[in-house]
Design a protein around this ligand. Structure first.
Ligand code: ATP
Ligand code: MG
Length: 275
């Protein structure tokens, strides 16, 4: 791309082509419902951008637009400079409710993404066990989703997404349906795995604590229709560990996101700490 674009929430002098993902003036309507409008958002290589916003503001819809699963009405989504019009290789999504096939074993669920991408059988035989081990599911290859705990199902969801070695990972509240202890373990597991092969990640969550822990920046979607109201830079060092949670700066940033996001109407929906 040779054209330099600038939009209000870009840093001055940056062109969208410097980013792995660029969302430019994006608008999405369902019938009469304008879900969001003029959404501008860049995600760099190796960057994690967290997105928070009230229920129904369009977080899942935005991820689906980035994934190419649904069309948008205004603006555009660019991945590595190319306009997204349909699902493409190199982009993987992890869903809140795990999104596993109940009739497929752990092995077959993990293999599925690779099969879809046209991987050779030999490649599948090599990669699937590797990623199953990486997420801690070795020994459970033949189990079916109903035989697994929620945390194990989500580990399987991670393995399926990671096995395709995506350059973009889209996470839609991946820990939303998991108990607090497992959630904390998986947060750090995910950070560890991400640290091994840093991809660009968009991480949607309802938890302010989780948004700050995971993100290099936290994007706040607000309003009706919603739009990006603020972007807060998270200047906490990586790797982030359990000690990060105890840092005064962590509390300050949580407070900053909280006070930016929450008004009286939203207050009931958010908790500062999930535990
Ligand atoms: N396929 C669809 N057809 C019509 N309206 C839809 C469709 N999908 C979502 N919507 C509407 O778009 C709005 C945004 O939905 P979306 O699921 O993106 O919100 P969200 O921010 O992800 O919410 P939550 O935090 O509860 O997951 C909602 O009002 C929803 O009812
Ligand atoms: Mg959602």
């Amino acid at each position: 791309m040779d054209q330099v674009r600038e939009h209000p929430l870009s840093e001055p002098g940056h062109s969208t082509s410097e980013f792995r993902i660029s969302v430019v003036g994006l608008g999405k309507r369902y019938g009469d419902l304008q879900v969001f409008e003029d959404v501008n958002l860049d995600v760099g290589d190796s960057e994690i951008v967290s997105i928070v916003g009230p229920s129904g503001c369009g977080k899942t819809t935005l991820l689906r637009c980035i994934d190419g699963l649904i069309d948008y009405n205004a603006g555009e989504v660019l991945i590595e400079g190319d306009r997204v019009t349909e699902p493409r290789e190199g982009v993987a999504m992890v869903f809140q409710h795990f999104g596993l096939f109940p009739w497929k074993s752990v092995y077959s669920n993990v293999a599925y993404g690779l099969e879809l991408a046209g991987a050779k059988k030999s490649e599948i035989r090599e990669k699937v066990p590797h990623f199953i081990e990486l997420v801690g599911l070795k020994g459970f290859e033949d189990r079916y989703p109903y035989e697994l705990s929620g945390g194990m199902q989500q580990r399987c969801g991670f393995a399926r997404a990671l096995a395709t070695e995506p350059s973009v990972l889209l996470m839609d509240e991946p820990f939303g349906a998991i108990d607090a202890q497992t959630r904390e373990i998986l947060q750090f597991e995910l950070l560890r795995i991400w640290g091994m092969n840093r991809t660009s990640m968009v991480f949607v969550t309802h938890s302010i604590e989780e948004a700050v822990l995971m993100g290099d920046r936290v994007v706040i979607l607000k309003g009706r229709p919603s739009t990006v109201s603020d972007i807060i830079t998270i200047d906490l060092e990586r790797p982030r560990t359990r000690e990060t949670l105890l840092m005064p700066r962590f509390s300050e940033l949580k407070e900053q996101v909280w006070s930016t996001l929450v008004d009286d109407v939203m207050r009931a929906e958010y908790v500062l700490s999930d535990n």
